[in-house]
Design a protein around this ligand. Structure first.
Ligand SMILES: Cc1cc2nc3c(=O)[nH]c(=O)nc-3n(C[C@H](O)[C@H](O)[C@H](O)COP(=O)(O)O)c2cc1C
Length: 208
């Protein structure tokens, strides 16, 4: 697939077809992850792969509880002094799917990066975190180029430490995201997104 076409085709999905993905394709996608730029030249991240229902149910118990207790109708119909925004509509749609969008993906990839804890004192101290997000974006784009879709969940609050302990991730590593990879269900609805206006985003010379 042509590069810009892959960029255009990438979108976050939350419904998968019941169809497995060839392990060689997954390896190509993760090789693309490994081509990402790196702050310390070490590329010292790893990928935990979940394949079975048991593994996913065990890892994502927190996500399941979070999704199950969310009342989407109540959230979307709550009185607001302004019309419901696209981001709120997305939240109302996505939260109930936070478990199934991982459980129903034939492959779940959990990148882990070497970092004991995040330190945001300076932007540069976040380099390990920034690097793993370069890896993640390469994975998302490579999956799109392979005709696949990805779901992604960021571990919420204490969910990070809970999943880290369950998966026996060493103390010196952190989990930025859980990624589900598979063939997208073409019948999944596509919600409206706010479009960015490049002309307004570009500031020549200084902010103006
Ligand atoms: C940093 C980050 C965190 C996100 N967290 C979640 C998440 O926890 N659960 C989820 O379903 N989607 C999550 N998303 C996906 C966004 O909802 C999605 O990227 C956004 O709606 C734009 O849609 P698109 O990816 O199809 O362009 C996240 C995306 C980013 C970049």
């Amino acid at each position: 697939m042509e590069f810009y076409e892959a960029i255009r085709k990438r979108r976050t999905i939350r419904e998968f077809l019941e169809k497995d993905v060839d392990p060689e394709i997954i390896k190509r996608i993760l090789e693309a992850g490994n081509q990402a730029p790196t702050w310390n030249h070490n590329r010292n991240w790893s990928y935990i792969i979940l394949r079975t229902d048991e593994e996913k149910e065990y890892a994502f118990e927190y996500a399941k509880k979070f999704a199950d207790k969310f009342d989407s109708e109540k959230y979307l119909n709550a009185p607001r002094p302004y019309p419901t925004t696209p981001a709120q509509k997305m939240y109302g749609y996505a939260v109930p799917k936070q478990f199934t969008m991982l459980k129903d993906a034939p492959w779940v990839v959990i990148p882990v990066f070497k970092c004991k804890e995040l330190d945001g004192t300076y932007v540069s101290r976040l380099n390990p975190f920034s690097t793993i997000w370069c890896v993640i974006e390469n994975i998302l784009l490579a999956a799109a180029a392979e005709g696949l879709g990805c779901s992604m969940r960021i571990p919420l609050n204490e969910e990070h430490d809970i999943v880290k302990a369950k998966l026996k991730v060493p103390p010196t590593y952190m989990i930025p995201v859980f990624i589900g990879i598979g063939y997208a269900d073409p019948n999944e609805i596509e919600l409206e997104q706010n479009a960015a206006d490049l002309d307004k985003q570009m500031h020549y010379g200084r902010w103006k």
